[in-house]
Design a protein around this ligand. Structure first.
Ligand code: SAH
Ligand code: SF4
Length: 352
């Protein structure tokens, strides 16, 4: 019989299973608390009897993220991890330090099906979805490795979170549970390339998280060239869903816009974008695109970014140019795994 994934269980599910198996149900809470502190074996659960620990080890496994590689930025202490799971698959996470605390960017899938042309993850294809416990394990591994408490989570690593909808929602409920890590939804952001049907579904969940939408273009012509998802869900439908989401949840949408030299960064693009977003409860984040091996894209210059930003602001939108963290360690996700798993690929070697 194959082992079950205990850390993906909610407290209620665990209590129910204990009850059905004739195990003391009140012990489920203690086990749950140990799991959410990040233990890697049942033997570390010191207030649990040996007999129960043995029973648990026969029925379940504990999902952990093993540190395969770790890169520390010399500029700003940003740390990029390459984690390995029990089946040998890898994902990346990035730990960032801000004045208000630690924030982690985690992955939701091994690879991605969406194929955005500027994205290292998109270029490497899709392998599998992550389980809720594997998402938790990334947060826990980074906490334990640095002896810190993480206060913010962004689902902006490898993968498309809304393409792994049920596992992501379960993860959000687990990580915010008060018996678990207790990280409030207001401290969590989820980034999507724009799966319109799932945005409507998410709006109904009643979660207070921040929704980020990767827009990267002011019209379908440009967006379809870089983001194949736009052919299925064109911008008009996407922006309609965003307006609905903002209205339904009362939460401001954050639009991500990677500035690519000569592709989407002209004054005309800024004006068109401003027109399309006018009147929406939103914020635009401008990010210089991170050049990825095998693509021809270059980042827009500083002046272009500033001019684009000021056109948006003059049109009444709020916009910021995002500070790039960990520039020396390729902190945008997908590149490290790609280098690690491709034969002959160079591995970045500025590890401390
Ligand atoms: N799949 C989701 C979340 C993961 S990607 C999404 O697409 O939103 C996280 C963010 O990184 C997205 O905004 C994505 O567009 C952006 N991104 C991907 N490759 C990039 C690159 N080379 N430079 C800058 N941003 C990039
Ligand atoms: Fe997938 Fe997001 Fe990369 Fe697009 S940008 S390929 S959706 S991870």
């Amino acid at each position: 019989m194959s082992l079950e994934d205990i850390k993906s269980e909610s407290l209620e599910e665990l209590q129910e299973q204990f009850r059905q198996e004739g195990q003391p149900a009140y012990k489920a809470l203690q086990v749950y608390q140990w799991l959410h502190r990040g233990v890697s074996s049942f033997d570390e659960m010191t207030n649990i009897s040996k007999a129960l620990r043995q029973y648990l080890a026969k029925r379940y496994y504990i999902s952990v993220a093993n540190i395969e590689k770790k890169l520390v930025s010399d500029y700003d202490n940003t740390i990029k991890y390459l984690f390995r799971f029990r089946d040998g698959e890898y994902v990346e996470s990035v730990l960032m330090q801000y004045h208000h605390g630690y924030s982690i960017c985690i992955s939701t899938q091994v690879g991605c099906k969406m194929g955005c042309t500027f994205c290292a993850t998109g270029k490497s294809g899709y392998s599998r979805d992550l389980t809720p416990s594997e998402m938790l394990a990334q947060v826990q591994a980074a906490q334990l490795d640095n002896h810190i408490r993480i206060s913010n989570i962004v689902l902006m690593g490898m993968g498309e979170p809304l393409d792994n909808y049920d596992h992501v929602i379960k993860f959000l409920r687990l990580v915010s549970s008060k018996e678990g890590m207790n990280i409030g939804m207001r401290h969590i952001s989820l980034s999507t390339c724009g799966l319109v049907d799932q945005i409507y579904r998410l709006a109904e969940e009643g979660l207070q998280l921040t929704l980020s939408v990767s827009l990267h273009a002011p019209n379908d012509e440009i967006r379809s060239r870089t983001m194949p998802v736009n052919k299925k869900w064109p911008m008009e439908q996407l922006l309609k869903a965003c307006r609905y989401y903002a209205k339904k949840t009362g939460r401001r949408i954050s639009f991500e816009y990677a500035m690519i030299d000569g592709v989407n960064d002209s004054d005309a693009c800024a004006r068109e974008l401003a027109k399309r977003l006018s009147g929406m409860l939103c914020h635009v984040n401008l990010i210089p695109v991170n050049p990825v091996r095998g693509t021809k894209y270059q980042k827009s210059g500083r002046n272009r970014l500033e001019r684009f930003c000021s056109i948006l602001e003059r049109a009444g939108l709020t916009a910021t140019i995002r500070r790039t963290l960990g520039a020396d360690i390729n902190a945008s996700c997908g590149q490290l795994r790609r280098n690690h798993t491709q034969k002959g690929g160079a591995i970045v070697e500025n590890i401390r």
